[in-house]
Design a protein around this ligand. Structure first.
Ligand code: NDP
Ligand code: OXD
Length: 317
């Protein structure tokens, strides 16, 4: 049996760490770097490992045995949804998950401990303590309780926060999870800090709008609610987010992802008080870990077994 070679298409990422990581573990398998090694791939059998690489790689190399996302998100592979028989794999990387837990915990504490207020007071040379709520009085609502949302929620629970979530069908992941439109409203009414960790799908596109921000609880110990987005910007109606922050419907936000990235330099969010922006860095993929997971699945394919973590592009995640 011929072994399966690897085509790596890392899009905007620096390709060399990926080439090195694959070559270090691939033995006699060929590793082709797209588009750096040219479009000629002479392998009889190959898989494509991609990150935001564009559609051309799939048009030119059109008989992969599987396609893997090198990140947790698979929205960049939506163009393959019309090929239901092509196995699509995603990573479930404990390192990436832990990085997301770090980010969401940091963002929650930044909002909860009112750090934006202290940064402004420090800049003005003022000593200005404000009342601080206990974590156990603060309710976190997490949209999307998959690999990342669940891990973040469980960690925040350990810090004492009250945690609940919203998902398509999951109902209990160590904390209560709501479903459907009615369930979303119920969750929002008991949420002080809203965290988005939904994937970008047709169903989640624009799901976080003005109504969502207005439905958040305003009776929490900390006053107006706050928002963290580390999922995808496409889930949010950008103008509604800007308005909610401008008008005080939201007291603050920590935002890592945006519908347009990089966020345009004239976007009002850059200079809004109480808003902390990061450039889509919440949870990076670590080449060594990702490569190990992909190769594990490649061995399974060679043994005639299905992928360990298949993605259903029909539902979008
Ligand atoms: P998963 O696929 O494991 O989980 C997705 C969750 O979203 C599930 O709980 C699912 O519900 C829920 N969901 C999907 N569609 C809907 C819907 N229509 N209505 C309600 N809930 C829905 O994803 P991950 O946790 O691994 O990752 C989440 C996202 O985080 C990624 O898709 C990516 O966009 C983003 N990400 C961002 C990074 C960054 O650096 N900012 C890094 C890595 C990922 P159910 O449980 O019922 O299936
Ligand atoms: C991912 C991301 O999905 O980095 O892994 O956004």
């Amino acid at each position: 049996m011929n072994t399966i070679d690897i085509v790596v298409a890392p899009g905007p990422w620096d390709p060399e760490p990926w080439r090195k990581a694959f070559e270090a573990r691939c033995g006699t398998r060929k590793v082709h770097l797209w588009p750096h090694d040219g479009e000629e791939v002479d392998s009889e059998r190959y898989v494509i490992c991609a990150w935001k690489a564009g559609e051309q790689v799939f048009e030119v190399l059109n008989r992969p045995e599987a396609v893997f996302s090198m990140g947790a998100g698979v929205d960049h592979l939506a163009c393959l949804a019309s090929q239901p028989n092509l196995p699509i794999g995603r990573i479930r990387d404990p390192d990436l998950t832990m990085r997301m837990v770090e980010y969401v915990t940091f963002a929650t504490l930044y909002l909860h401990r009112q750090i934006a207020h202290y940064q402004a007071e420090q800049a003005a040379g003022r000593w200005a303590p404000v009342t601080q709520a206990a974590a156990s009085d603060v309710r976190i609502g997490i949209l999307g309780v998959g690999v990342l949302g669940k891990a973040c929620g469980l960690f925040l629970q350990q810090l004492g926060f009250q945690v609940a979530g919203w998902a398509r069908s999951s109902t209990e992941v160590g904390f209560k999870v709501f479903n459907g439109r009615e369930g979303l409203v119920e969750l929002l009414q008991q949420t002080d800090i809203l965290v988005n960790l939904l994937p970008n799908t047709q169903e989640t596109h624009g799901v976080i709008d003005r109504q969502v921000f207005e439905n958040l609880s305003r009776s929490g110990k900390q006053g107006a609610p706050a928002f963290i987005n580390a999922g995808r910007g496409e889930a949010v109606i950008h103008a509604d987010l800007q308005a909610a922050l401008r008008e005080g419907t939201l007291s603050g936000a920590v935002l890592d992802v945006f519908g347009v990235e990089p966020l345009p330099s004239d976007d009002p969010l850059w200079s809004m008080p109480g808003v902390l922006l990061t450039p889509h860095v919440a949870a990076d993929s670590e080449p060594d870990v990702v490569v190990g997971q992909i190769l594990h699945d490649v061995f399974r394919l060679e043994a005639g077994q299905p992928l360990e973590h298949p993605v259903d592009l029909g539902r979008g995640y």
